[in-house]
Every structure is written in structure tokens, then in C-alpha cells.
Design a protein around this ligand. Structure first.
Ligand code: SP5
Ligand code: ZN
Length: 345
């Protein structure tokens, strides 16, 4: 299987994130995640690593707002220039807003800190010097995997970091800056009919927003119920699309402690919806944070569960663009990714 991977992510390693209640903790979405996945994949005889080619900004701007992308590109430099104390010790810092655009007033602020509260939805998508380049390379991994699926009519893996599914058209959040899966899905939608299935533990709020009014891309997310879990405000069962897109989005909010059996029964419903939609391509937002030992999750999915999840999705028999999202149980992450991917090789 062709695996698109870039080393650009490595320097995007914020020194902290701010957790529930304001606790400052080490950044969970760290480069070690990729090392664990790489080392497990390298032990197989089917992983073929390829550095992505650059698709340029056009496919990014086709999905994201230009002002937002320009903010990502310049925020760190502007911030260092504005504060000598930060500029003296940049490695101990990461850029975050301390105010948020309450109920999203339509006016884009003119200042850096105003823009930050407007374009960022939480305190875990920290921006630093290497963030923009890493996010672009990550999106290119997704685009290259989509192109490979078109050319070969086989499945391909975008080993993306940073992840993407919480990033909306014009906002960052939940470790995500550019919505890799959505950029790839939008690009792919010009080549055929696309369904996107999000199996990350957290609701794919960014993906939901981006395609909410579209009927040409079916989006489905299976996740911890936002009634108890991040992202808290999106991902409920009654959100099913709007306008032309009504009926083309589906959320499966699941209870705490969901095990393999509970997970697979929601997955079966999702798979039936995908079959009825009859797409040419599937994008799989593959987060492994549903795993029983994940520090950010509450689900109880096992390694055997990932094997069954992968098998049932692969049995759709569609060229599938698998995009890496979350997963923070680093010691098991590599094995879990390999176990899922093996079904698509
Ligand atoms: C891509 C992705 O998986 N992003 C997830 C971002 C989640 N950030 C919010 C974390 C809230 C953590 N609550 C943890 C409780 C630990 N016991
Ligand atoms: Zn997640």
C-alpha cells in the first residue's frame, strides 16, 4: 500500500496545551505518535512510503477561507514581532488566544489577537513557528493519497500530522489546522461521488461544517456523544445537513464505555448508508482514539475490534483514502494502525 508521509510535522510540537478547566498539560498530539506508527508499518512487507508532491494552495483555498489560511501562515511571526519577552524564549511558548469571538460575530477583527479568538475554537490547536508548513504538508499527504486512489483504483494511506477533522472552513481546533480529509474529499468530488466516514473518537465537527449544505459528499461520523465529550457543541444525532445537504450528514453519538459490539452495530448502520449512497470513493478519517487504553477517550475498542472495523469498511470494496486523525495511546498506536490498514492492502 502506498503511504504518503512527510517529515515536516516534526517541528510542530507545542510545549503544552490547555485542558479542561484550564490545566496546562504536555501536548498529546506529539511527533512520537508518528514514530510509533512508522516503526510498526516498517515491520510489514506491504508498506511503501512516498514523500508527497505539493498540490499548491488552490485545493486548500477550495475548502478553507483565505483570510484564515493567511492567519495561520503569519500568526507566529507577527506574535514574535509584537512581544520581545516571547521572542526571547520562543521554544517555551505557543500561540493561543485568550478571548473568543462570542457566538461568532461576522466581523473579522483587524488585530492579531482579535483574529486568534475569531479563527481558533479552543486551546489545543497551538500555533508555533513550524505549524503552517506542517499543516500544508499534512494536507498534501491527504491529496496525494486521493490522487493515488484515482490513478490506481486502490486504497492509499495519508499518514497525516497534524490531524484535520476539527478544523472548519475558517477555524482551527482540537489539534487541527487544515482539514486534510475534507480537502481531499473536495478535490476527489470532481473525479467521482465521494462518501466520508469519520471513525475518530471525537465528532468531526470541521468536516460536518464544511459539507453540511452539500448533497454530493455524504459525511458520517461515529463518536463519543458531545453531551459528555469534546467538541461539546456539535455532533448530535439531530444534525443531518441543511438545504440541499439535508439527509447527507449523519452523526452516531455513542455512550461512554462503548465496546466492540456497540461500536460495530453503529458502524453497520453507517456502512448501509454508504452502500445506499453508492459512491465511487470513500474517505476514511481514521482516528484510533476509540481504543480501550486511549488517554483522551472513554471507549473500549480492542485491537480485535479494529480488525473487524477495518474488515467491514474494506468489504465495501471502494478505493479508500485513509487519512490519519487522532489516537494518543502511543504504545499501541502503531499496532492499531497496522491492524486497521491490513484490510485494505
Ligand atoms: C484529532 C483529535 O483527536 N483531537 C482531539 C482534541 C481533544 N481535545 C480536548 C481534550 C479534552 C480531554 N479530556 C480528557 C480527559 C482525560 N481524562
Ligand atoms: Zn479524536
Amino acid at each position: 500500500m502506498k503511504i504518503f508521509y512527510s517529515e515536516e510535522h516534526r517541528k510542530h510540537y507545542p510545549p503544552f496545551e490547555v485542558f479542561d478547566g484550564g490545566k496546562r498539560v504536555p501536548y498529546y498530539e506529539n511527533p512520537d505518535r508518528m514514530d510509533k506508527i512508522l516503526s510498526a508499518l516498517k515491520k510489514t512487507d506491504w508498506a511503501e512510503f512516498i514523500a508527497p508532491v505539493d498540490f499548491g494552495l488552490a485545493p486548500i483555498y477550495a475548502t478553507h477561507d483565505e483570510g484564515y489560511i493567511q492567519f495561520l501562515a503569519s500568526a507566529w511571526t507577527e506574535w514574535l514581532a509584537s512581544d520581545p519577552e516571547i521572542a526571547a524564549a520562543p521554544e517555551q511558548n505557543a500561540f493561543l488566544p485568550a478571548t473568543f469571538a462570542l457566538r461568532r460575530t461576522p466581523r473579522v477583527p483587524s488585530t492579531l489577537l482579535g483574529k486568534a479568538g475569531y479563527y481558533m475554537m479552543d486551546l489545543s490547536a497551538c500555533i508555533m513557528g513550524a505549524t503552517y508548513e506542517a499543516a500544508l504538508a499534512s494536507a498534501n499527504c491527504a491529496l496525494n493519497a486521493a490522487q493515488e486512489a484515482v490513478n490506481s483504483q486502490r486504497s492509499a494511506f495519508g499518514l497525516c500530522r497534524p490531524p484535520g477533522h476539527h478544523a472548519g472552513k475558517d477555524y482551527a481546533g482540537g489539534y487541527c489546522f487544515i482539514n486534510n480529509a475534507s480537502v481531499a474529499a473536495n478535490w476527489l468530488s470532481a473525479k467521482g461521488k465521494v462518501a466520508l466516514l469519520d471513525i475518530d473518537y471525537h465528532a468531526g465537527n470541521g468536516t460536518q461544517d464544511i459539507f453540511y449544505e452539500r448533497d454530493d459528499v455524504l459525511t458520517i461520523s461515529i463518536h463519543g456523544d458531545p453531551d459528555y465529550e469534546y467538541p461539546h457543541y456539535v455532533g448530535f444525532a439531530d444534525e443531518t445537513g441543511a438545504g440541499a445537504g439535508l439527509g447527507f450528514h449523519k452523526n452516531f453519538p455513542l455512550p461512554k464505555d462503548t465496546d466492540d459490539e456497540g461500536y460495530l452495530s453503529a458502524l453497520d448502520e453507517a456502512i448501509t448508508m454508504i452502500k445506499n449512497f453508492a459512491p465511487n470513493y470513500l474517505i476514511l478519517s481514521a482516528g484510533m482514539d476509540t481504543f480501550k487504553d486511549d488517554p483522551l477517550g472513554t471507549f473500549k475498542v480492542t485491537r480485535e475490534g479494529f480488525r473487524k472495523i477495518g474488515k467491514r469498511i474494506a468489504d465495501l470494496n471502494l478505493p479508500t483514502v485513509i487519512i490519519m486523525e487522532g489516537g494518543y495511546a502511543n504504545e499501541a498506536l502503531g499496532t492499531n494502525v497496522v491492524t486497521l490498514l491490513e484490510n485494505f492492502k
